[in-house]
Design a protein around this ligand. Sequence first.
Ligand SMILES: NC(=O)C1=CN([C@@H]2O[C@H](COP(=O)(O)OP(=O)(O)OC[C@H]3O[C@@H](n4cnc5c(N)ncnc54)[C@H](OP(=O)(O)O)[C@@H]3O)[C@@H](O)[C@H]2O)C=CC1
Ligand SMILES: O=C(O)C1=N[C@H](C(=O)O)C[C@H](O)C1
Length: 238
Amino acid sequence: MKIALIGYGKMGKMIEQIARERGHEIVSIIDIENQQDFDSPQFQSADVAIEFTAPQAAYGNYLKAFSHGVKVVSGSTGWMKDHGDDVRRMCCEEGQTLFWASNFSIGVAIFSAVNRYLAKIMNQFPQYDVEMEETHHVHKLDHPSGTAITLADEIVERIDRKEAWAEETTDPKMLRVDHIRRGEVAGIHTVRYDSDADIITITHDAHSRKGFALGAVLAAEYTKDHQGLLTISDMFKF
Ligand SMILES: NC(=O)C1=CN([C@@H]2O[C@H](COP(=O)(O)OP(=O)(O)OC[C@H]3O[C@@H](n4cnc5c(N)ncnc54)[C@H](OP(=O)(O)O)[C@@H]3O)[C@@H](O)[C@H]2O)C=CC1
Ligand SMILES: O=C(O)C1=N[C@H](C(=O)O)C[C@H](O)C1
């Protein structure tokens, strides 16, 4: 299939390599200095554009791709709070297509299923308090990570004694989410349930960005034949 890349940083470059290995054609690469290429016939010929840029850039890129009728797969984080409602309307009511996931790795999809199951059990055991921690490289612009927000939302939806998640809180009704920035860490997410008797911890630790990049290419293959607002649970059913 024909793929356009929007954002040619750490993720864009790894996605290019995996997409070519899987036999796809990269028809256009748009970075910060060639924004005019959104109007090029090459970009407009793409079956899907894969977008990994930055919190402040993602929404504008979706609008440009949508204006040319190009479907988008995006992993950019940190834009949802400001633009989530708009994007949902465009995809659910106005015929645009966005596959968005806070984390594209298959491992995190599995981890998320375990997280949901564990939270459901823990709703019956108030002696356990729950908290989360994410660690990423020092270049990361947003916190907490998109993945941590998704995991925290899953817990809050299932544990009645937690009303919402928050950073730097000591309120027992809030799920505390901490972030650490260190070196070149690809991404570590930990959920910890602590009681007087013991502690139960689950962790996903990405060895590199390869898993995220492969997942994004698999999502592009899926998106070619689907429409609307799509995410990981549409692609992997378990
Ligand atoms: N969902 C997932 O699985 C994953 C999500 N991410 C998220 O993806 C995003 C990108 O990550 P990563 O590749 O590591 O970051 P990088 O900073 O390495 O790359 C981002 C690239 O986008 C470029 N860029 C910035 N603004 C625009 C714009 N308006 N149009 C086109 N290109 C632009 C940057 O250019 P310049 O350097 O010149 O600013 C840079 O080349 C982040 O939000 C990150 O959180 C990351 C990994 C996995
Ligand atoms: O910025 C990153 O690097 C990552 N961002 C995503 C997030 O915010 O959760 C996914 C992954 O953890 C890497």
